[in-house]
Ligand binder design. Structure first.
Ligand SMILES: [Zn+2]
Length: 581
């Protein structure tokens, strides 16, 4: 059933723009799907125009597609769902000639990008922190983000290196992820008629996870809608309209260049109406409701009405791991393994548990293995084989056969390997596409590898294939999922890396972001959550360090009961909190 706040959006006038705050579980995907269905079923879409669904990840896109109440024909006529990257990729494939790229341009794998940078910068690249500084410099230069980390030391070297990097990409017919967006903007700037084509094509634009857009994505979006705001209202025929959904409390990608306060920026830059989804539909867990009221409206929780979240403090990691394993063994008596999740701020903190899970024959899904760079690394043999045929410009052959024989040669079994099974299904389907069928083998392989990078949606795939397996991930990768029982591992003032952020790096956006990350972690639970922490931590140099509770937890202290396992007593937060605060 729709609530009042959802109806306001679904049936709103077709010539208004909205920015909507959507807390987790408040029916955002449902509302988006209903709005789209409403626009189509009531003939609000003009001839040969479309609705563009623009999302930060493609997990939400799949979710929404399933909920649309329109025919298959209407779907293909009126709707285009893209990520920022796939939208720009498609456009560059079509118009890239104008900037020196063919329709066979490759998306550069991460490993090749690093090798290229290393050859451009030579000895500099070996210097401590050079690579990190360069990444920040690029972020600042292209995304206007992370300015505070940029220093001037290597400015000129970065500048000329980046120029060589871009030149290399264009002359070798490839782009990396960032450059896909940058070159799309270049193309629009040099050829306004191309931009105009897309502005005319998309009559309505819906954006999801708006709080996580970075400056490049924001610029792509702004370009698409700018004509609406340049022209006088009333010329409906040439205008387009948007609804952006987001949640400032779930903004957790500042480190990748997302902009703090992105939602308020949109309100300032464009004339749009702020709305809010107001009712939790997913979860009637009183603790989650109380967390929302507290974070969003400063309402303190009624401790009698909520279940307090236990945080167990252990004196060493062995005890912590044993405890978690025995808890899991108890839990599987009543709930399936895939309803249990172990999350932490970093993968590093989960390592010891991973080993014990294996020892105990507890089947788990380690999300770290599905990060792009890990896949490139672990299945390098496959991409090597593909690239061999691309380099040789092989004309004939089947991708599926090539895939199967490469796996065989390298003694990889497809069956039972989640990644290879997924690739296999993807390639089988890809080979049947009408746009692909008539290409030569090497051209097919270029498209295949690009599409694998742009479109394989691991979050979605693992939801289905991960049945019967415990879920283990960094908090960032757990977003969008919920579990009956959640363990948050590691509340020490070690959070997220070496230091407690509020104490050592007390910048407001950082503290806010870390608070958001913890909020995302806490709201992964359907029923129960438990936090674990250590009194001591052995750092990467093997030194034992005394640890207290991270200052990030201070914000949520009214929801948590701290329990010292060795001393068998409840501890007052004041006595165990981070020494610096
Ligand atoms: Zn601290």
């Amino acid at each position: 059933m729709e609530d009042v706040s959802q109806r306001k959006i679904i049936y709103s006038a077709v010539d208004e723009n909205f920015i909507v705050i959507a807390p987790p579980g408040y029916g955002k995907t449902y509302t988006m799907a209903r709005r789209i269905s409403y626009l189509i079923n009531n003939n609000h879409i003009q001839t040969s125009r479309k609705i563009l669904g623009l999302t930060f990840t493609n997990a939400a896109a799949h979710e929404m597609y399933k909920k649309l109440e329109i025919t298959e024909e209407q779907k293909s006529n009126y709707i285009e769902i893209e990520t920022f990257h796939s939208l720009c990729y498609k456009m560059i494939r079509r118009y890239g000639k104008k900037i020196g790229l063919t329709s066979n341009f490759r998306i550069l794998p991460d490993k090749e990008r690093l090798e290229l940078n290393s050859s451009i910068f030579g000895d500099y690249y070996q210097k401590e922190d050079f690579e990190t500084r360069y990444e920040y410099w690029i972020q600042e230069k292209t995304l206007k983000a992370n300015k505070k980390y940029v220093d001037e030391t290597y400015n000129d070297i970065f500048k000329s290196g980046y120029k060589s990097f871009q030149d290399y990409l264009i002359s070798n017919d490839c782009l990396d992820f960032n450059e896909i967006l940058i070159q799309a903007l270049v193309l629009w700037k040099s050829y306004p008629q191309i931009l105009e084509y897309y502005q005319n094509l998309y009559q309505f634009i819906l954006v999801d996870e708006f709080q996580d857009t970075n400056m490049l994505q924001y610029n792509v979006f702004s370009k698409l809608i700018e004509r609406t705001f340049l022209q006088e209202k009333g010329k409906i025929g040439s205008l387009n309209y948007f609804i952006c959904f987001g949640d400032p409390f779930q903004s957790i990608y500042l480190f990748q260049g997302a902009i703090a306060n992105q939602m308020s920026n949109l309100l300032i830059d464009f004339d749009c109406i702020p709305l809010e989804l107001a009712k939790n539909h997913r979860n009637n867990n009183p603790t989650i409701s109380a967390l929302n009221s507290y974070l969003r409206n400063d309402i303190l929780p009624n401790k009698e009405a909520i279940s307090m979240i236990p945080a167990h403090i252990f004196s060493n990691q062995d005890e912590e791991v044993d405890y978690i394993i025995s808890e899991i063994k108890n839990l599987v008596e009543t709930i399936p393994l895939h309803e249990i999740c172990l999350i932490s701020r970093t993968y590093w903190r989960l390592r010891a548990i991973k080993e014990k899970l294996i020892e105990n024959d507890l089947d788990f899904l380690d999300l770290e293995q599905f990060k792009q760079e890990k896949i490139e690394e672990n299945y390098g043999f496959l991409f090597k084989e593909f690239n061999k045929h691309i380099d040789k410009k092989t004309l004939l052959g089947s991708m599926v056969n090539l895939f199967k024989s490469s796996c065989e040669q390298s003694e990889y079994k497809i069956k039972g390997d989640l990644v290879l099974e997924t690739f296999y299904e993807f390639i089988c389907e890809f080979e049947t596409y009408s746009t692909i069928r008539n290409l030569t083998l090497w051209e097919k392989l270029v498209q295949l590898q690009n599409d694998m990078k742009l479109r394989i949606n691991w979050g979605e795939i693992l939801k289905n294939k991960g049945r019967g397996k415990l879920f283990l991930a960094a908090i960032h990768q757990s977003k969008g999922r919920e579990f009956e029982y959640v363990f948050i591992v590691g509340a020490e003032n070690f959070f997220p890396y070496r230091n407690c952020i509020p104490c050592f790096d007390g910048d407001d956006p950082d503290i806010e972001e870390e608070t958001n990350i913890l909020y995302v972690a806490l709201t992964r639970m359907k029923t129960k959550i438990k936090i674990t922490s250590l009194n001591n931590i052995i750092n990467s140099r093997g030194q034992k360090k005394r640890r207290n509770i991270s200052c990030i937890y201070e914000k949520f202290v009214d929801f948590i009961v701290f329990y010292d396992v060795a001393k068998r007593k409840i501890r007052d937060y004041q006595s165990i909190k981070c020494f610096k605060s």
